[in-house]
Design a binder for this molecule. Sequence first.
Ligand SMILES: [Zn+2]
Length: 296
Amino acid sequence: MQPLQLGRMTVHKIHEMDSPVPLLSQLPGTTAADLARLMGWYEQPDEIFPDPETCLMTFSVHSWVIELDGRRILIDTCCGNHKSRGLPEVNQLDTDYLENLRAAGFEPGDIDLVMCTHLHFDHVGWNTRLDNGKWVPTFPKARYVFSRRDFDYFREGPPGEELHNEAFLDSIVPVMEAGQGEIVEEDTVVHREIGDGIWLEPAAGHSPGCCTVNAQAGGAPGIFWGDVIHHPVQLIRHDLPFAFDADAPLASKVRKATMERVADTDTICFPAHFRRSSAGYVKRDGDAFRYEFLHG
Ligand SMILES: [Zn+2]
């Protein structure tokens, strides 16, 4: 995706990987009617098939970099390389993420601030890299902000959250030990000018301290909604429980409220797992919503 200009902000997408899994394993309850409606959005639906039993859900895993007033802010840091994970698809990855970051014009030392929308393994992985057998912060000059509720929750190593507990140990703890981490409330403002800025907003449900990152700087607003919504079919069926939501009814409520807020406005959305350009607009569509991707 070409960088997007929103007023004084420039937004870059940094791709890590695409990960296809059976749709029903993530969004049980998706129907053929939902998929028929979804396929109507695309000229080439590629990975979306009409039968829910064979339809795939391909997660794009990527970060966003905001350049604003001379600062470089990295939002969500994907899965990371060389990490031992109990899920084969993401175990011991060796991706070109840092090359992709460089291709967008950034060295790790250029990043001033890292923001994780929540502390799941696919949003914190590049916080650290392996250096002589030790996990060290990938972005040596950056401050990292983590939401208090997720930090407190995963610090305890809760049962049933093994993947994220592993990530906490190799991707959060070393950042805190290096003195680069900061635990913040879920409505923290990180950059503020008169009338605009970058700030967190609570969006709990998918995880206990899940946030969205909101950004505006003399142009259209942007919302980096993390995992409030994982797949476009959830705009049609916001009630569908996602298999890995910590609190599915709350996540569904937050999903609907987020879409209500941005629908038919000039807010550009930056989802964490949509494919193609990922970025786009939410539009009302009868009893549901529709997503209009930027650049097709
Ligand atoms: Zn995610």
